[in-house]
Design a protein around this ligand. Structure first.
Ligand code: DX5
Ligand code: ZN
Length: 207
């Protein structure tokens, strides 16, 4: 299981991203919010692009935006391994193809209240399924227990369709809730790590 750290709750992203670069974390999870798909808004790309100065880790980009199209080119220019868009957003197929056009792995994210049936049409195009275990929009929320069933449902679906994208889970993951997520390939953890003084110690607790 790989670990992706979200710095959404960071008070000082450059400092914390540099600190994370000294740990053995596998990815930096970059949360992007447009103030429309979710009510909060993150910093613009002209600031976010500096991330490449602070870390050599690969990025796992999570676009919580209504229309991802205009964001894809920007985030494809960074050290991104995955760019993930929401199944609830606009022009999903076109945007997944756009991500792949840049040679980057494409992910589909699914909100807690959305049925997994919604992702079926896109399965042939995706390299990652990102199960949201909180409502998207802010860090530091409690893990939604029903997400455990979502993981099982996704596993059944992948078996049925004989495909193998990685399963990622995002929101409310800490040293207690991690036990529900052991069947996932990647887990995203934010405040549990970022709100601590010793990032590596927290990461070790999740491994
Ligand atoms: C929620 C974001 C998550 C979140 C993770 O909208 O997509 O990535 O910041 O942070 P924690 O672990 O604090 O829930
Ligand atoms: Zn996220």
């Amino acid at each position: 299981m790989l670990i992706s750290v979200s710095f959404l709750s960071s008070k000082n992203p450059p400092k914390d991203i540099k600190k994370l670069n000294e740990t053995d974390v596998d990815y930096i999870h970059v949360d992007i919010m447009d103030g429309k798909f979710v009510k909060n808004k993150t910093m613009p790309f002209r600031e976010m692009k500096n991330i490449d100065k602070y870390t050599s880790k690969r990025l796992d980009v999570h676009l919580m935006v209504e229309n991802a199209y205009h964001y894809i080119k920007d985030y494809a220019s960074l050290n991104s391994e995955y760019i993930t868009i929401h199944v609830e957003s606009d022009n999903v197929k076109e945007n997944l193809l756009e991500i792949k056009n840049y040679g980057i792995k494409a992910g589909i994210a699914i909100n807690p209240t959305t049925s997994i049936k919604e992702i079926v049409p896109y399965l042939p195009l995706v390299d990652q399924i990102l199960i949201m275990s909180v409502e998207p929009g802010e860090g530091g929320q409690a893990f939604i227990k029903e997400s455990i069933d979502k993981i099982k449902e996704v596993k059944v679906l992948l078996k049925e369709y004989k495909i193998n994208p990685v399963i990622n889970i995002d929101g409310g993951i800490n040293d207690q809730t991690i036990k529900y997520c052991r069947d996932c390939d990647i887990i995203v953890s934010g405040s549990f790590i970022i709100k601590s003084d010793d990032f590596q110690e927290r990461i070790n607790k999740l491994r």
